[in-house]
Design a protein around this ligand. Structure first.
Ligand code: AMP
Length: 437
């Protein structure tokens, strides 16, 4: 009998074996919180982002419940894009592979852009698990090539993106064609108002679990560079000379900006990939493959395109524009510093962004103001805070040194503590001067 930290879920031994082969040592927070409810058949709303282990938060308990003696659709898993659906299907296939001959389970990936007739032929034997985009699944249900009425559980992954991309109607129509008491599992990074209406319609007393983003200041750095009316491509070229990213994602606030920036970087000799929702599915697939194959060191992306895509090894996140909402900043930087790896977020800011920076600081993030000069990082002053450029800076330093208790033996982390203290004093001084203006 295997002994690991998944024991308390009392999974089937076959599933324990699969978990072992997946190499998971202990459940992630979202898994810990939703698996018991899912095993009991309860509906769940899980608010967490990609990287939290949410896919297995539903896959593990669902696999535990598969009845291989019944040749009918038991679970339907929907995702807003082909790539996401394909990634989930890959995870499902991996688990089936690990179950070897014991699990005679069939899973089918149903997404657009593939030969529908071929797909219909393959569905003559109903799969146990269906993974796909809502549009294509609905299409096949309407054609009578697939019945989902037998399904006991239904997953809506990345529900807010589903809403943004306009697929919630198709999901709605799929649910109309399912059992009334189907177990629904919704995972979403944010829960906008419109989703709440949807929940009211379909969910009775669901378990609601929210996983807060955790930042570890030890592994994550947040740097700010003032734009000062310069071209973003020029600033990023400067940055590229002082960093050695394994993979850097450069975020823009829209498709147009992404196109322009990628062009600007290419013209300056930086071979950057580009991914946004305006690409054709074929182009998107090609770029994703190239990114995963580490063809690029830099990739320009929009929020939607980057969301949910599990690109491993992102060492740097560069914000060519700071997003307008805190949540997006957090999602973007969440792409790096995963699993204890070090990560750096570098944001180009304007004066108007400083309010958001302030809010993020209140959440516990620490930013440092920097610039690149003669091919080196240099500390910089906040661009608009002229009062800090002159005498208050020295006051800040003096004040900080006073407040950080000095011991004879310098403890590890002492410099960091000092820096944090300075930042917090700066913030307080900033606030004071704002009020006294
Ligand atoms: P997700 O949030 O579902 O995109 O998962 C992110 C990554 O975490 C995937 O590569 C999973 O294989 C991995 N993962 C999921 N659960 C665990 C776990 N309990 N222990 C270690 N890795 C995990």
């Amino acid at each position: 009998m295997k002994n690991n930290n998944f024991d308390h879920f009392a999974f089937h031994p076959l599933l324990q074996d699969i978990i072992e082969k997946l190499g998971f040592k202990k459940p992630t927070e979202i898994q810990e919180k939703v698996i018991p409810g899912i095993l009991k058949g309860q509906s769940v709303i899980g608010q967490s982002r990609t990287g939290s282990g949410k896919t297995h938060a539903y896959l593990l308990p669902l696999f535990n419940k598969i009845d291989s003696s019944k040749q009918e659709v038991q679970f339907v898993i929907t995702a807003p894009t082909r790539e996401l659906a394909t990634q989930i299907h890959d995870e499902v296939r991996k688990m089936i592979h690990y179950a070897e001959k014991d699990g005679k389970w069939i899973a089918k990936l149903l997404v657009g852009g593939t030969d529908k007739q071929k797909m219909m032929d393959k569905l003559k034997t109903p799969p146990h698990i269906v993974v796909g985009t809502p549009g294509r699944i609905l299409d096949l249900v309407k054609e009578d090539a697939l019945s989902i009425y037998s399904a006991t559980s239904f997953v809506i992954d990345e529900a807010d993106l589903m809403l943004d991309l306009g697929f919630i109607n198709e999901v709605d129509q799929l649910l109309v064609r399912s059992k009334k008491d189907i177990q629904l599992m919704v995972f979403s990074a944010t829960i906008p108002q419109r989703l709440q209406h949807f929940f009211k319609k379909y969910l009775e007393n669901p378990i609601y679990v929210k996983i807060d983003e955790h930042f570890s200041p030890e592994t994550m750095e947040h740097r700010l560079i003032a734009r000062k009316h310069r071209d973003e491509a020029d600033i990023i070229m400067d940055i590229s000379k002082v960093i050695q990213p394994y993979l850097a994602i450069i975020f823009t606030n829209g498709k147009k900006q992404a196109n322009e920036l990628a062009k600007g970087l290419q013209e300056r000799g930086l071979d950057a990939g580009l991914i946004h929702g305006g690409l054709t599915p074929r182009e998107r697939k090609r770029v994703l493959k190239e990114i995963q194959g580490l063809r690029y060191q830099y990739v320009v992306a929009t929020d939607l395109a980057a969301r949910g895509i599990d690109i491993k090894g992102v060492s740097h996140v560069i914000n060519a524009q700071i997003p307008k909402e805190e949540e997006f900043y957090i999602h973007r930087v969440g792409r790096t510093a995963r699993a204890g790896m070090e990560g750096t977020a570098i944001s180009i800011y304007d004066e108007s962004d400083l309010k958001l920076v302030d809010k993020l600081e209140q959440k516990g993030l620490t930013f440092s103001y920097v610039e690149v000069k003669n091919g080196e990082w240099k500390e910089a002053k906040p661009w608009n805070e002229r009062h800090l450029r002159t005498k208050t800076t020295t006051n800040v330093e003096r004040e900080a040194w006073k407040q950080v208790s000095k011991t004879k033996k310098v403890k590890p982390g002492y410099k960091k503590k000092m820096k944090r203290q300075q930042e917090s004093i700066k913030r307080r001084l900033n606030k004071k001067s704002k009020y006294s203006k």
